[in-house]
Write a protein that binds this ligand. Sequence first.
Ligand code: NOJ
Ligand code: CA
Length: 564
Amino acid sequence: MFRKFAALVVLAAGVCSTVRCQTQPVDAEGHQWWQHAVFYEIYPRSFMDSNNDGIGDLNGIASKLDYLKSLGVDAIWLTPCYPSPQVDFGYDVSDYENIDPMYGTLADFDRLQQEAKKRGMRIIMDFVMNHSSDQHPWFIDSRSSRTSAKRDWYMWHDGKDSAAPNNWVSTFGGSAWTLDFKTGQYFYHYFYPQQPDLNWRNPAVKDAMFDVTRWWYNRGVAGFRLDAVDTLFEDPQLRNNPVLPGLNKFGDRNETDLYNTKLPEVHDVLRDLRKVADEHNAVLIGETWTKDVSELKQYYGEHSDELQMPMDFLFTKVDKLSPAEFRRQIATVDSAGGWPVFVVSNHDIVRSYERYGDGRNNQAIAKLMASLYLTLRGTPIMYYGEEIGMQNTDPVRKEDVKDPIGRLGWPLEKGRDGERTPMQWDDSPNAGFTRGTPWLPVSPSYRTVNVSNELNDPASILNVYRNLLQLRHQSRALLDGDYVALNENDPNVLSYLRRYKDEAVLVVLNMSSNPQDVSFDLAPQGFPTKSARTLLTTAPASKESSLSHLLLQPFAVYIGTVSK
Ligand code: NOJ
Ligand code: CA
């Protein structure tokens, strides 16, 4: 065993021989730290407010590290907490190498990181690489004159026939071009006009942005979640996008983003960014909206030399509990050949509690979904509050909406406030998040749905998450085992085996509202056994369960172990 491990270390060093490569395997399979880690996304504004100004902050996060550790989190992804005018709540960065005073200071950041490290946890930052804020000194300089030193750092073009250079629309509404009256040219922005796109064809931009990542690596961060990677490059000829029938939620013409997303040049940047990451044993997670397996494959890189963890978001698009659909999605991700990443919620998507819930069995369904994505082969990325069953709490009046897309697209598009409400710590006022006025109203569910309550209830969603994560960390089969679909024609129950050498974990998920009686023959998988030893179940528990009659209540979960 030791010899095999040593050989893998040598192999890893060999792959990286041309760079100062620090990637180190953590097991005999050659897996890296991020393959064994559970990631947890924190939206800093909404997690914990330490100074009672109503906005969460870094010291607030630091005060909850013990909670995260005991939950089973290994790496925290912080959405942007850099200085920002907050037009897009931090995704408009005006200084890439600092912390916004509303979230704290660099010293607070360093302390947070040290405290996390003491507990064996890593910090991942969000890298908003497609665009900066219009208040970033680079853009202020760029827009100051046509001859400014930074003019070519952004996408400036002349209009056409007294209008924008082409028909591209912003994904946040309106034209993707804004006329700058002073210099008489248009600048391009895939998102808000306050988020001008950087010109990644300019080597100076690439150098400056790569240096940003080095700056944070040297401060100790363990990687980046790369924002909006699909949108880094645009067609140099600025060809019009094909127009589709109808209008979108903002009243703009529908079009296919053919010429302004997913250009092949993206992959050159990712390959180079990966080299820098490898020098620091760091992980790159991509916000990659892949439409099929071939796009997903490309983001891993032809030689596995791009993103280690492209998020495919497939699960976020499955909104009904269909075993067939999940089987298909899992097989798709597996067939891409890279290390799978599973995400069910984030700060841009309606919370999973809502999406999968049927309104009557939401608690059971939340436990079922946790049991699914935390036991698959791959790395899960959790979203704060998911572990207690937080629900979406959308604004009911347009005047209450904070997210600009919600004001622009109301009522069809209500914005993303609903999935960003404050974390629910206890049943005290404002759910223990702040003693001030929270920046978004706390969901009324906090009276019962909160950490403190759920810690005391052995059957709570939170305790199911804690137990699952504990299992995941202890079980070689869950960490390293392969995935084998079982009973593939069962329309109600999703079952699979995670096999590792002489042991395997059997996961059985009743996705229907009726009781189900299932049976398994695991002999073809190398386990000719008649029973499983129960590890976790939301059904009435017995230590051993017969594999010929496994009875599952509606939406129940059974996880057991079998051996040869
Ligand atoms: C994706 C982020 O997740 C989202 O919140 C943001 O608005 C856009 N990128 C623009 O940065
Ligand atoms: Ca605060």
